[in-house]
Every structure is written in C-alpha cells, then in structure tokens.
Design a protein around this ligand. Structure first.
Ligand code: KG4
Ligand code: ZN
Length: 322
C-alpha cells in the first residue's frame, strides 16, 4: 500500500510516498531555513507563509516522482504535533481537505515517534531493527527518550525540561557568532578543539531520564564574556563533549535498566560526529546495536511520517505487523 506523507512542523514543507511502510519512492522537501538565518532562529510567521505557498506543488512533485496518482494512494499521513502551530495547521488543513476530496483514510502522526521510525525506512523487514528498543530523539525542537515495544508502542521515559539539544547547539553558536543552524559549525570546530582545561558541567538530573540544557548555554555565555580571547574551537569542544556525554549517559542507562540492547537514534543532532563516535564506543563496550537513519531521514522529512502512518492505519484495521 502506498501512503502519502505530509510534514510541516517547523521550517520545512515535505511530502513523500512510501510503499508498505518502508520503501521510500519519493521524499520532496522545501525549506525556508535560509530566510530565517539572519534572525538566528525560526520565525514562525515566515515559515507558515512559505508553507502555504508551496504545499500543493510539493505534494504534486512527490506523487510525480513516485509515479503514482491520488487514486493509487492507500491513505494520507500528516504530522499532528509537536511543532509550530501555524505550520502544523497548514499541513493538517491541507491533508484533511485532500483526504476528504480524494476519499482516502487520514492518519495524524506524532512527529517525535516518526523520528524514531525513520530507522526502519528503506530497510527490508529482515534488515530492520528488532523491537523492543530504546529510542533517542535529538533535534532542534526535541530531546526525548522512549521505550519502544512490539506493535510500535511508545512509552516516554524522559524529555527535556527546557532547551532541546539542537536548540542548545543553536543558542551557543549564536553566543559565539557562528551563524545558524549552530550544530554543524560547532561539530566542525570541536574536531580540532580538544583541550581538557575548559570544561562545562551539564545538569545530570539524577534518577530521571529527563534532560536540561539551558544551564550549560548560560555557562558558555559567562565563560565567553570572561575569556573573549579563547579560541572558539576549545569552547565548542568542551560544550559538545558535555552535551553529548549527557545524551550518551542517559541513553545507555535506559538500555541497561530496561535490559534492551537496541538503540534507535533520530533527529538532526544524530548527525553529530561526537555523538556518533561516543555511541559507537559505548555500543562496543555494552553490546548494544545502535541505529541511525541516513542523514536525509534524520532531518525533518515526510517519509518518516508516511512510513509510520502506514502502521498506524494498519493498527486501526487491527493488523499491525511490527
Ligand atoms: O531534526 P531537525 O532537522 O529539526 C527539528 O525537528 O528540530 O534538527 C535540526 C537541529 C538544529 O538544531 C541543528 O543545529 C542540529 O539539528 N544539527 C546538529 C548537527 N547537524 C544538525 N547538531 C549537532 N551536530 C550536528 N552535526
Ligand atoms: Zn523534528
């Protein structure tokens, strides 16, 4: 069955056609990111206006690339939350109206669950991660840990109490005048910034799987003011080391405490080289299988919405296969 996915939760307008929940036939994404760069963050009004303008064209392009017509679609999946409300409304209203017009079932999808589901895309059933798994979503808007059990049931273990991990990267980059988005620049600088004399201590929130990244952002601000001559590389390294250490620590503890040996990572920060190296080392030590989606499915995309939506539609009909 072909599912048309639609995703408009942040700056992007994305549409995809995915077959049987895993095979991505098309994934078309248009982003207004460049228009927000000079403000140092996403301006919701600009994002939703651009989405209004291009959503029809993006959906048509996704169908064209996949070589399917509206009639051949088995259902429509759309991001329901979380996200910017104006942006979500563009996608939701469009999808609801389209489903009504072409008489197809509509399923509204949780965006964060879909980030974890991205690990199943473009993999045949035999190559897909086994459940149960621990899911770690790290992006510009979200930092969450889940237990994912058979039937794709998600139980939230912990989440951020303030800034998301990617948001902390973006804010620290702004403090250091490195541009937006900040994650890729800090990642690059950190590679040559090893210097154990600079250290930032993150909040541990012991006994919980929750995260807090706003304190470390403030610590970087004060450190920068007090040490303006210090190379940006050293600060980037110390900041990244602390954030990544917290993420790895909580994810590995979640695996150990639940007795689960599969870890599914998703979201834009999953691209971070420090996180990947650290998780690979932990995986080797603790015998964990760690999965990351390919980069295009780490970032916000409609393929993950369509793929996950397929299973939700099947569940609705009482026939989930996971
Ligand atoms: O998943 P995503 O596209 O959007 C949201 O759903 O939020 O993630 C974007 C976030 C931004 O905060 C960006 O700075 C961060 O992912 N990011 C990175 C890297 N590449 C992107 N953070 C750290 N290291 C990277 N290499
Ligand atoms: Zn996202």
């Amino acid at each position: 069955m072909h599912i048309l996915g639609i995703e408009t939760s942040c700056d992007e307008t994305s549409a995809a056609v995915v077959k049987d929940g895993w095979k991505v036939l098309s994934n078309v994404t248009v982003s207004s990111l460049k228009e927000h760069a000079r403000f140092g963050g996403i301006i919701p009004e600009i994002a939703s206006r651009r989405q209004m303008e291009c959503i029809s064209a993006v959906v048509k392009e996704a169908l064209k690339k996949a070589g399917v017509s509206f009639r051949q679609i088995g259902g429509i999946a759309v991001t329901q939350s979380p996200g910017l409300v104006g942006s979500l409304l563009v996608g939701l209203s469009y999808a609801r109206a389209l489903a009504f017009a072409v008489k197809k079932p509509l399923v509204e999808v949780d965006h964060i669950h879909a980030h974890i589901y991205a690990n199943f895309l473009n993999k045949k059933k035999s190559e897909q991660p086994r459940l149960p798994a621990v899911g770690l979503v790290v992006s510009g808007g979200h930092t969450s840990l889940y237990k994912v059990t058979a039937g794709l049931k998600f139980r939230l273990l912990g989440t951020t109490r303030d800034d998301a991990a990617g948001e902390a990267f973006d804010k620290v980059a702004r403090i250091m005048d490195l541009g937006y988005p900040g994650g890729p620049v800090i990642d690059r600088l950190a590679k040559t910034g090893a210097n154990e004399r600079v250290r930032f201590k993150g909040a541990d929130l012991p006994g919980t799987y929750d995260f807090s990244f706003s304190g470390i952002k403030t610590a970087v601000l004060y450190h920068r003011r007090a040490n303006p001559e210090q190379p940006a590389e050293h600060v980037a390294y110390a900041f990244q080391k602390s954030v990544v250490g917290t993420l790895i620590g909580k994810a590995v503890t979640a695996c150990e405490k639940t007795g689960i040996s599969t870890l599914l990572v998703g979201g834009g920060v999953a691209a971070n080289s420090g996180l990947r190296t650290g998780l690979s080392a932990a995986a080797g030590e603790k015998n964990l299988a760690v999965f990351y989606p390919p980069m295009e499915f780490c970032l916000d995309n409609a393929a993950m919405i369509a793929g996950y939506g397929f299973h939700l539609l099947k569940k609705r009909r009482g026939a989930c296969t996971h």
